[in-house]
Ligand binder design. Structure first.
Ligand code: PLP
Length: 426
């Protein structure tokens, strides 16, 4: 495998490398455990003195195939697959942030992540400060405390669709000596590679475009290998771990230490591991990811332009549109396309929005995005309903907002469906 391959080649040829007589395709190793003959060998595996699979909660060959490929596509050094995108975000933060510590995050987040940060982390003693991602660097810096351990943001906010100002966020993170953790679910590494713009850790909901066919829930954490964990602020990586007889992760594993710790400590203890079949499907999904992301982006741009000219639509938000507030950032960070999700405001507010959703025939009402099939949703009454009105506004949701995840069907059929549904909504 070569690091120089372009992302389209990594997507097909990266990851699993069969040897003579091996299956050509990454096999589904549907086995909880792995057989050994020597007690000494097993002891070495448990002590992390030898590498290898011994129990699927910790690692599995099918998951490894997916992890190696996505790490290569993101340009990172290592990855760990998880049972969901939520597990990926939880572990990514908890790996370096404990009770009594704190993170700063852009407020424009997926509803589940917002809730994790606003409700669950504080109950566990991890405090979270939400900042307006459009605030200037000094304002974002002012949210930091001595005990702040990470800065978090989404490359494209869901469903606000603001593009992260990597230059600003990465500069703040660097100055404050914390890693920038980026949720890259919407662009995928085909449209944006956050490590090239100063991010240090990437998380994904693999459930979305990586799977691409709405078959499996899963997530992944990728380490860019570009953060100095030895800067004195992350003793969990530099000081002895008593649960491994005093192992020091950074000393023992260097650039791989963050992912090794996430796996052998948090995955061991919390168990949010991926099913081998799901890892197989994510690996398969990655093969066509570049092609699908091109088509999603083309279709979404055409749909956004069509909606902009429609009399029943009061506004359209898509980072590929000239009128979008993040247009300059999209030009800089998403030059190949702005992915498949757009939002628009329907005249007649929440009631018209509900009628529109129910009138779509080809486009399905599902709580999902990033599927090859087009999907529609009214977030205020669904994904973001647990949030207060203020929290909804802070995360970019308004009552008239409709979210369309534009699939890879023929654009003419999609526009015809939207046309008839808009007609029925007014
Ligand atoms: N991040 C983003 C941007 C998402 O859209 C989602 C889910 O919609 C998640 C994270 C959570 O992922 P999962 O549903 O796989 O737990």
């Amino acid at each position: 495998m070569t690091k120089d391959w372009r992302i389209e080649t990594q997507a097909i040829q990266g990851g699993y490398q069969p040897k003579d007589g091996d299956p050509r395709i990454l096999p589904i190793i549907q086995s909880t455990t792995f057989k050994f003959t020597s007690a000494e060998h097993v002891a070495k595996l448990f002590d992390l003195e030898a590498g290898g699979h011994f129990y699927t909660r910790l690692s599995n060959p099918t998951a490894e195939g997916f992890e190696t490929k996505i790490a290569a596509m993101e340009g990172g050094v290592a990855a760990m697959a998880t049972s969901s995108g939520q597990a990926a975000s939880s572990i990514a933060v908890m790996n370096i942030c404990q009770a009594g510590q704190h993170i700063v995050t852009a407020s424009t987040l997926y509803g589940g992540t917002y809730s994790l940060f606003a409700n669950t982390f504080p109950k566990m003693g991890i405090e979270v400060t939400f900042v307006d991602p459009e605030a200037d660097a000094a304002t974002i810096e002012a949210a930091f405390r001595p005990e702040t351990r990470a800065l978090f943001g989404e490359t494209i906010g869901n469903p606000g669709l603001n593009v992260l100002d990597f230059e600003k966020f990465a500069a703040v993170a660097r100055k404050k000596q914390v890693p920038l953790i980026v949720d890259n679910t919407f662009p995928t590494p085909y449209l944006c590679r956050p490590f090239e713009h100063g991010a240090n850790i990437v998380v994904h909901s693999a459930t979305k475009y990586i799977d691409g066919h709405a078959t499996s829930v899963g997530g992944v954490i990728v380490d860019g290998g570009n953060f100095d964990w030895g800067n004195g602020r992350y003793p969990e990586l530099t000081e002895p771990d008593q649960s491994y007889h005093g192992l020091k992760y950074l000393e023992a594993f260097g650039k791989l230490s963050y992912i090794v710790k996430a796996r052998v400590q948090l995955m061991r203890d919390m168990g949010a591991c991926p099913a081998p079949l799901n890892a197989f499907l994510f690996n398969l999904g990655l093969e066509t990811l570049p092609l699908r992301m091109q088509r999603h982006s083309e279709n979404a741009l055409a749909m956004a332009k069509y909606l902009e000219g429609h009399e029943a639509v009061s506004w359209v938000s898509y980072p590929g549109l000239e009128s979008h507030k993040s247009r300059e950032l999209a030009r800089k960070y998403l030059p190949k396309g702005a992915s498949g999700v757009l939002t628009f405001g329907i005249k007649g507010g929440a009631e018209a929005g509900k009628k529109f959703m129910e009138s779509c025939a080809l486009i399905a009402l599902v709580v999902h995005v990033g599927d090859a099939r087009s999907c529609v949703l009214h977030p205020a009454s669904t994904t973001h309903r647990q949030l207060s009105a203020e929290q909804q506004v802070a995360s970019g949701v308004t009552a008239d907002l409709i979210r369309l995840s534009v699939g890879i069907e023929h654009i003419d059929d999609l526009i015809a469906d939207v046309e008839q549904a808009l007609g029925k909504s007014q």
